[in-house]
Ligand binder design. Structure first.
Ligand code: 5GP
Length: 113
């Protein structure tokens, strides 16, 4: 069965896609927690970061490099931004398909809630 994000890649669920390549796809979060909130997701349906394997090294590196590029392209790099990966219930994960949150456009606080 397809994950929610696989359905977005395949156009079965609409999304505001900001980047797409052979390894990943990035689109705006449906419930943004900052003025800019993008999800960078691998096409391979790795469920969550703690279940990635050494075979996924290129994918994981690509996700972070792509998040950085999108942040630069959207003008977030100068003021700053945050990348977040949630794993499991305590991490706040709600969609079991690995994704990097890219958040920016306002002052973010620390520690996170
Ligand atoms: P998580 O909570 O798993 O770290 O992040 C899942 C994210 O997916 C949430 O921020 C949520 O708002 C977002 N999301 C859930 N359903 C959809 C959807 O159908 N479209 C988009 N663009 N984002 C979604």
């Amino acid at each position: 069965m397809k994950t929610l994000f696989e359905k977005i890649y395949d156009g079965e669920i609409p999304a505001d896609i900001v980047h797409r390549d052979e390894i990943c796809c990035a689109f705006r979060d449906i419930s943004p927690q900052a003025p800019t909130h993008i999800l960078v997701t691998p096409r391979k349906a790795i469920p969550r970061i703690g279940e990635a394997t050494p075979a996924d090294q290129e994918i994981l590196g690509h996700l972070l490099l792509t998040a950085g590029k999108i942040a630069r392209d959207l003008g977030l790099a100068e003021t700053g931004f945050r990348t977040v990966i949630n794993h499991g219930p305590h991490g706040g994960e709600t969609v079991p398909h690995l994704h990097v949150h890219l958040l920016g456009g306002r002052q973010l606080t620390w520690p996170p809630g």
